[in-house]
Design a protein around this ligand. Sequence first.
Ligand SMILES: *Cc1c(COP(=O)(O)O)cnc(C)c1O
Length: 417
Amino acid sequence: MTTQTATAAQRSADAPLSAVMDTYARFPVELARGKGVWLWDTDGRRYLDCVAGIAVCTLGHSDRRLRKALNRQLGRLQHVSNLYRIPEQEQLAAAISERSCFERVFFCNSGAEANEAAIKLARKHGQLVRGIDAGDGRCPLILTAEASFHGRTLAAVTATGQPRYHQGFEPMVQGFRYFPYNDTAAFEALLNACEADGPRVAAVLVEPLQGEGGVNPGDPAFFQRLRQLCDQHRILLIFDEVQIGVGRSGRLWGYERLGVEPDAFTLAKGLGGGIPIGALAVKRAVDHFRPGDHASTFGGNPFACRAGLTVLAEIERRDLLSHVQRSGELLRQLLEELVTRHPQLLAGQRGWGLLQGLVLRPEAPSAPQVVKAALAEGLLLVPAGASVVRFVPPLTIKPKHLREAVQRLERALLSLV
Ligand SMILES: *Cc1c(COP(=O)(O)O)cnc(C)c1O
């Protein structure tokens, strides 16, 4: 307590810069304007954006079609309560349902919130379908992966299998257990241990590709076994597609890359193209929510849903899925060539579509150092852990921009050695 007070006092003495809390270690750059894949700071410096607000700006910055649709929506209706039916929300739920294996959708405002809804659904599933009664001292369990990322609210951060995000915020929420990602034997061992005295596991919550945790693609064999085991035990299988969903993988949904249908998934980042929106979509058989079970004041408001509808429509109108497949392949090749040119610094490349990670060697500069050097070269990138540099550009990025990005990254790497 005393150390924290001293640090805070010292901080305000050293740098009385900003009224914004220091929850991020921010770069001293103020981004003021964007167009397509380019951003400009308040000094007029231009950056090639391979972050896209962390996989958010699906159509790039200041997209003309999204702008027009949202301007029109602002002139018609901005917000009404979920106490009434909202046409834009009905349409967006139908659009997600028509394009996926799910029938029903709940809307909220962020990825963490979508996962909170999924966690509550999982608890209900545990009670209703598996007969796990929290009252008799056998609290329902949710299994999640090590190195996962599910958000920063209390249950979502507990689901996040990275202890460094828990430190200082204990006690965590009860009822979470962790398994090593893509490890079938370890998963089965954990499941058997949890179920040794009867039903305990309500759900498995897992990313088809781990984004923040290091750009680790899911192994189809692991996910197929997960599906089998969840079917056998009637455990809810939930995919967190907050980062990989909405076209980023080169398929509309990440689960399509694995050949496995989950019972539910969560979306957020890319769905609104820059407007905050989150969603939980479920199969009809596990639609356990009844009026009063869950709610959100802003969730699914007309403005955010108009953004979601426009993003989905533009993905189709511009044939962005085939564009992402081709661009993803080009980015993969460019990164592989970069690895070949700098084998002493780079260990490899991995990812799907336009979510790619460049893996640094332990003796090379760290991912945050590379990202900082790239910023100096006018290129925005984001780390995924200590040793992976992540590319999550707008899905509209052109081949020439990808070449430019990798050239700038190479200059950044060379500036560090
Ligand atoms: C970003 C992210 C979240 C959290 O989303 P927020 O909108 O920041 O709450 C959850 N899951 C995954 C996979 C993410 O990438």
